[in-house]
Design a protein around this ligand. Structure first.
Ligand SMILES: Nc1ncnc2c1ncn2[C@@H]1O[C@H](COP(=O)(O)OP(=O)(O)OP(=O)(O)O)[C@@H](O)[C@H]1O
Length: 251
């Protein structure tokens, strides 16, 4: 059997006396949408940062297609095909939508230093193809700063795809979006994950986005993984229900 796309083995991290993440293990397959949920303070951000390379675990391993990347920093993981989107979108507002994607493509190719005067020509066809994938073909010439928020999130997805990731880490992809836009973005991410065999791990507070669009869900509580499985099984799980009982965002 080939190695999973991503494997976490016994990850742990403590801040002083607070065990933020305790012995967490899971795998992620190519093309799979895996959600990471849990109440406030459960350890989601800490786990996410260990997978992205922003934080070194106290114990445990992170493997990408069987390769141990535990000690590889974020920049090195990016080069190995680990992409990331952020809660607050990172775009250049004064550049056009197309130029934003061209810039990401140039930076992948290590050509950023030659950017001046070239962005208008370089990687134009590839940028337009990516914008087509995320439904922004009609907005290519607009300044990124003029986009509606939902479209900024689509642009961010196009920027992440510019690096041809194998694994995409999405931190609260639908934060701040209207309900209808949220479903659209999640569908888009899911289609892209399947079409390109990209494994997607996302944290999310919006339970509709999670239970409607994840193939599988990991549930953290006080640093420990208390449940893992497809949405229906996780929704019925008594441990999960107990954790979310009385919480507004309960599944
Ligand atoms: N830099 C830090 N120093 C000390 N304690 C921290 C630090 N970061 C997180 N913690 C603690 O670690 C635990 C896990 O926090 P973490 O932010 O990973 O949870 P979370 O699930 O992402 O929470 P939220 O949903 O509120 O963002 C919490 O008890 C938190 O207070």
């Amino acid at each position: 059997m080939s190695a999973p796309l991503l494997e976490a083995r016994g990850l742990a991290k403590a801040y002083g006396g607070v065990e933020a993440v305790r012995d967490v293990s899971f795998t992620l397959a190519p093309g799979e949408m895996l959600a990471l949920i849990g109440p406030n303070g459960a350890g989601k951000s800490t786990l996410f940062a260990m997978l992205g390379g922003q934080l070194r675990p106290d114990a445990g391993r992170v493997l990408l297609q069987g390769r141990d990347i535990t000690r590889v920093p974020a920049s090195g993981r990016f080069a190995l095909g680990v992409g990331r989107t952020f809660q607050v979108a990172a775009t250049f507002p004064s550049l056009s939508v197309r130029e934003n994607v061209q810039t990401a493509l140039l930076s992948r190719a290590g050509e950023l230093f030659r950017l001046m005067g070239r962005a208008d020509r370089s990687h134009r066809a590839e940028a337009d193809a990516l914008l087509g994938h995320v439904g922004l073909a009609g907005a290519a010439d607009r300044a990124a700063g003029e986009l509606a928020y939902g479209d900024v999130k689509r642009l961010e997805l196009a920027l992440a795809l510019g690096n041809a990731p194998r694994l995409l880490l999405m931190d609260e992809p639908t934060a701040g979006m209207a309900r209808a836009e949220r479903a659209d973005l999640m569908r888009l991410a899911r289609d892209i994950a399947r079409d390109r065999a990209i494994g997607v791990l996302f944290t999310e507070h919006d339970m509709e986005a999670v239970f409607g669009h994840a193939d599988r869900i990991l549930v953290l509580d006080r640093g420990a993984l208390i449940a893992e499985g497809p949405p229906d099984a996780v929704r019925r799980d008594p441990k999960v229900r107990a954790v979310y009982l009385g919480e507004e965002a309960g599944p």
